[in-house]
Design a protein around this ligand. Structure first.
Ligand SMILES: [Zn+2]
Length: 196
């Protein structure tokens, strides 16, 4: 199944399987991706207001563009100042920022860590999430190993592997296959919430 570089603005899928109620179901993927690249192309060269961006985008400003911009803001690839000016984060700024997930369900996984009973889902979700936000495999591995320590996950036990490094290395296939993080993260969060 082909994967796409940007998440669907409606349901965040990165393949052709949308959520049942997604308003972009049936929209050709090149049109969705073009909406993202239209916006990024303008913001790469200029910091401008949302109103100016709409004018700058040559094709008609569509629901796809609106959704793409909302997604870029929510994912914090684009910042908006109080005066409405939009700014595209540099790749380095963005990588720094995304190493700490701030939205649920990832925030619970990141801050509280995993507990026995959901380790598979939690580690899967962490790897898939870092892959989705664009980190390389070495960066992903480093972040997930750090998280296993800092969140207390490794200390809680329940792993067969001898070390955090071995655990993460053994799940490299998750990174390479580009699985979605959402379902695994939701299932892990449910187990973590019950244990708290
Ligand atoms: Zn969708």
């Amino acid at each position: 199944m082909p994967r796409f570089h940007y998440p669907c603005p409606g349901c965040r899928t990165t393949n052709s399987l949308h959520d049942a109620s997604c308003r972009f179901e049936g929209t050709p993927w090149p049109e969705i991706e073009n909406a993202y690249t239209d916006i990024i192309a303008v913001l790469t060269t200029d910091e401008i207001t949302e109103a100016a961006l709409r004018t700058e985008v040559h094709s008609d400003w569509s629901d796809r563009h609106k959704g793409a911009l909302e997604t870029l803001k929510r994912d914090r690839r684009v910042e908006q100042d109080n005066d409405g000016t939009l700014r595209l984060l540099t790749a380095a700024e963005y990588k720094e920022l995304v190493s700490e997930p701030t939205n649920e369900p990832m925030r619970t996984l990141y801050e509280y860590g995993s507990v026995p009973g959901c380790h598979d889902h939690a580690v899967f979700a962490m790897i898939a999430w870092y892959e989705m936000v664009g980190l390389s495999w070495p960066e992903t591995r480093e972040n997930v190993v750090n998280w296993l320590h800092s969140s207390g996950t490794w200390a809680r036990g329940g792993f067969e592997e001898p070390s955090p490094e071995a655990l993460v290395e053994g799940k490299r296939h998750v990174y390479e296959a580009g699985y979605g993080w959402k379902q695994a993260a939701q299932e892990a969060k449910a187990v973590i919430d019950r244990s708290r």
